[in-house]
Design a protein around this ligand. Structure first.
Ligand SMILES: *[C@@H]1O[C@H](CO)[C@@H](O)[C@H](O)[C@H]1NC(C)=O
Ligand SMILES: *[C@@H]1O[C@H](CO)[C@@H](O)[C@H](O)[C@H]1NC(C)=O
Ligand SMILES: *[C@@H]1O[C@H](CO)[C@@H](O)[C@H](O)[C@H]1NC(C)=O
Ligand SMILES: *[C@@H]1O[C@H](CO)[C@@H](O)[C@H](O)[C@H]1NC(C)=O
Ligand SMILES: *[C@@H]1O[C@H](CO)[C@@H](O)[C@H](O)[C@H]1NC(C)=O
Ligand SMILES: *[C@@H]1O[C@H](CO)[C@@H](O)[C@H](O)[C@H]1NC(C)=O
Ligand SMILES: *[C@@H]1O[C@H](CO)[C@@H](O)[C@H](O)[C@H]1NC(C)=O
Length: 340
């Protein structure tokens, strides 16, 4: 055990050193403008950019470089949006030539006003998510979805107390599409309690099997979480009933393709703002609770492909359900009940 952690430590140091060398390491003297520009140049120098997406990244007008936005009326960088613009389904050729890879320089820490960082759908193959992202303390939006990162999600991200959107999802499970899939996992999620401003959490196909059922209690503490996507996260076991259900803002919960092997999670019946519940293909069994028919805002309910789940649609529809639009309950997706 100890040997492993020493090895891990050495690897971390090596990683840090190689990252520092890959980035050109400007000495940042002079005014803020120079420092913002140098930070971006260092960041670029670490990246591999075969299609020259960053060809505009030269000269001093960095607020107009591709993917960069500055705060209105200032030269402080607030946004770096380098998501791959070509979804792979449409144009494979373009997609693969547009992917960025390489190293991500810690120089980004110098961008004190940075609020949006989007590196989604790139190819940072097998690289861990940089720990220093947890030091970008003004971030409100971080999108690393399908960007090729792998390994443990660093707990440092829990320092991002302004973060509202965190997307670490991959679009497909590993066996469907290797290039776009995550090899990310989480060992414990207590650090997420620090994400007090979080509204949107996307972690589809991140391996949460080591977290057990703790995710419910931890996420229950996030005061304004409204959208939760945990499809295919290898979640299993019965849900604990949070002793006090907060989730006051939760509107969307999508936790399909897990292995719960449990009854329907009754605590969801106390989450009055729910608009959409999707727990398809997750080995739920027992009865569909009639209480679902009393959720005042529910529009989408998908419990399909849970082979041992039973319930009465007519009884459900007899409840005060005003807004339900899509109801998928069958073992076979093709049968659908719609109501306006
Ligand atoms: C930024 O400045 C422009 C021109 O001064 C103005 O039209 C625009 O509304 C401002 N945008 C924001 C987000 O303040
Ligand atoms: C872009 O992605 C494709 C598919 O994963 C890969 O073959 C190619 O090497 C990548 N390009 C770079 C520069 O990483
Ligand atoms: C993250 O990026 C992907 C791909 O660019 C996009 O589809 C997704 O909506 C983004 N997530 C959020 C929360 O904006
Ligand atoms: C960020 O989080 C890590 C791990 O949770 C912690 O050890 C560290 O002290 C934090 N750093 C700051 C600047 O808050
Ligand atoms: C998730 O991690 C567990 C434990 O490390 C492993 O046994 C399992 O195969 C992983 N699941 C997937 C889908 O990769
Ligand atoms: C519920 O939310 C309140 C206010 O955000 C918080 O103080 C409390 O600790 C939360 N309770 C639980 C069990 O998470
Ligand atoms: C529920 O999730 C599954 C898997 O992600 C998806 O295929 C299905 O369309 C979703 N159902 C609804 C009603 O959105």
């Amino acid at each position: 055990m100890e040997r492993i952690s020493i090895l891990g430590f050495i690897l971390a140091i090596l990683y840090f050193i190689t990252t520092e060398l890959a980035c050109s390491g400007h000495t940042h003297i002079g005014n803020n403008v120079q420092s913002e520009q140098n930070a971006l140049i260092d960041f670029k120098s670490g990246l591999k950019d075969p299609n020259n997406r960053l060809s505009s990244w030269k000269g001093s007008n960095y607020c107009y470089w591709q993917g960069i936005s500055c705060k209105n009326g200032t030269r402080f960088v607030i946004s770096i949006d380098l998501h791959n613009p070509y979804p792979r389904e449409n144009v494979y050729e373009d997609w693969s030539s547009m992917n960025l890879s390489g190293e991500i320089c810690p120089s980004l820490i110098k961008l004190k006003s940075l609020k949006y960082l989007d590196l989604s759908f790139n190819s940072f193959k097998a690289m861990p998510i940089p720990q220093f992202f947890g030091s970008l303390k003004n971030l409100i939006y971080l999108n690393l979805s399908s960007a090729g990162f792998s390994g443990t999600i660093p707990s440092n991200l829990g320092n991002l107390s302004h973060l509202q959107y965190l997307d670490l999802s991959s679009k497909y499970p590993k066996y469907v599409d290797f290039e776009y899939s995550n090899d990310l996992f989480v060992q414990n999620i207590e650090w997420m309690i620090g994400l007090v401003s979080l509204k949107y959490l996307g972690m589809n196909y991140v391996n949460l099997s080591l977290v057990g059922s703790q995710w419910v209690e931890v996420l229950n503490e996030l005061p304004i979480l409204s959208e939760l996507h945990l499809d295919g996260c290898s979640l299993f076991g019965s849900y604990p009933s949070p002793s006090f259900v907060n989730f006051t803002s939760l509107a969307v919960i999508a936790i399909s393709s897990n292995h719960f092997n449990s009854k329907f999670p009754d605590w969801l019946l106390n989450v009055r703002n729910l608009v959409s519940i999707n727990i398809s293909l997750s080995q739920l069994h027992g009865r569909i609770p009639l209480g679902l028919g009393e959720l005042p805002n529910l529009q989408y309910l998908d419990l399909s492909w849970n082979l041992n789940l039973k319930g009465s649609i007519s009884q459900l529809l007899r409840k005060s359900w005003k807004k339900i639009e899509v109801l998928e309950l069958e073992k076979d997706r093709s049968s659908r009940v719609g109501r306006k």
